[in-house]
Write a protein that binds this ligand. Structure first.
Ligand code: PMP
Length: 405
């Protein structure tokens, strides 16, 4: 039995009022709210254990290092990979930049970096930069008019281009589509392709296992999975991870330094120059404990029940066009209303305490393909309820009435 009220009681912000109305937080794709145990872990770190990691020969530094490294082991266990295969970053964006920068020596002129049209800008721009530096070529698997990638089309693109690098979102941020990444990677691996999965959206919903997916790299952000902002991770298959060029240089990542020359540590510390977000990583450890205590199948079922309920309601409202994959979805509903600007809807919803996201969602190529400027996006988390959907639908109908006048 999935007790949503018990879960909600762990999230103090969900009690808030916004513009005199109870907060309805439907912007979880942008960032999730934080449970007490995460807020408390960060507070306790600064109250009791604050020190720098890996340096001091003193008690507090040992405590900080232990907690920081315990979180690395906890994440590794959750992903079912080795602890030394986890690198801390400040978010999925930095993880993708780190990989794209680090692979410079693994790609040559005219080799292909294959993406898809529904990638977040964070999984496009770093690859363009890599292509600019190396003469590689960026190609993208197209989406159909619903914003869905057909498996056949994707397989055909992989066979046609035999890419050197294939980078794809596990789940789309704009639409919530879950991609058949394991199947696509299996095909790409026939061509010895380096496979990168952007798990920023999927991580909180799908309990991903990079080895099962067959990828070389898997990235995510703590803040989209109940953890703090400013912390992200990168899983890399160790042999390849250790071959990446360092992304940032300085303290912590070195083995020896002379004025003329430096040798680097092995991964993961090779990629963790400088003082990291220690309190954030420790608090992410608490977020992982929170996630691990929840049965993912029931929480996923709950999120999909919410999605189905909202889609049914939206289908009754004239002029609403739903976009995205309704069969394989993490619990995101993206739509446009013919003749109405998404931002006008979001602004009126906000007056009623409802938080949604509008715009291109850092998916400009997807929006260009769909020939729209943006969508209204409702992205659910496990603490959302059917009552909130009822509030949303009432508020949406009222907003659309106002906008008609
Ligand atoms: N990829 C996807 C699919 C995302 O949704 C996001 C965040 N919206 C990112 C990458 C970047 O994550 P962050 O902003 O946490 O670095």
């Amino acid at each position: 039995m999935f007790d949503v009220q018990a879960i909600r009681s762990e999230f103090p912000i969900l009690e808030s009022q916004v513009h005199g109305n109870p907060l309805v937080y439907f912007d979880n794709g942008a960032t999730t709210q934080k449970p007490n145990m995460v807020i408390e872990a960060e507070r306790q770190f600064y109250l009791q254990h604050n020190a720098n990691v890996h340096r001091g020969a003193h008690y507090l530094s040992a405590c900080a290092t232990r907690q920081y490294e315990e979180t690395r082991s906890r994440l590794a266990a959750y992903l079912e990979v080795e602890t030394k295969e986890i690198v801390w970053t400040k978010g999925a964006t930095e993880s993708l930049n780190l990989i794209a920068h680090g692979l410079q020596n693994h790609i040559s002129k005219n080799e292909v970096i294959l993406l898809s049209e529904l990638e977040h800008h964070a999984n496009i721009v770093p690859w363009q930069q890599l292509a600019n530096k190396t003469g590689a070529i960026v190609k993208a698997i197209p989406v159909d008019s619903q914003g869905i990638i057909s498996i056949d089309v994707a397989l055909e693109y992989i066979q046609r281009y035999k890419p050197r690098i294939f980078a794809i979102a596990h789940a789309s941020n704009g639409l919530g589509n879950i991609q058949p990444v394991a199947q696509l990677i299996a095909e790409a691996k026939k061509h010895n392709t380096i496979c990168v999965v952007d798990g920023a959206q999927a991580f909180a919903h799908l309990a991903p296992k990079p080895i099962e997916l067959g990828c070389d790299f898997y990235v995510g952000s703590a803040h989209k999975a109940f953890g703090p902002t400013g912390v992200g991770f990168l899983y890399g298959r160790y042999e390849l991870l250790n071959q990446l060029l360092p992304y940032q240089t300085g303290g912590e990542m070195i083995d020896t330094v002379t004025i003329e020359h430096t040798t680097f540590n092995d991964a993961p510390s090779k990629f963790e120059a400088g003082t990291p977000n220690i309190a954030g990583v420790v608090a992410f450890g608490a977020a992982l404990k929170f996630i691990q205590a929840i049965d993912r199948r029931t929480s996923q079922k709950h999120e999909l029940t919410l999605r189905t309920a909202l889609v049914e309601e939206l289908r009754r409202i004239p002029n609403i066009v739903l976009i995205g994959d309704h069969e394989h979805n993490i619990g995101t509903v993206s739509f446009v209303v013919n003749g109405v600007h998404p931002l006008d809807i979001a602004t009126l919803l906000d007056h009623q305490g409802i938080a949604v996201r509008t715009g291109h969602h850092c998916n400009q190529p997807l929006m260009q393909k769909l020939q729209i400027s943006g969508t209204v996006r409702v992205s659910f988390s496990l603490y959302n309820t059917l009552d909130e959907i009822a509030l949303f639908i009432t508020a949406l109908n009222e907003s659309l009435d106002l906008l008609k006048d």
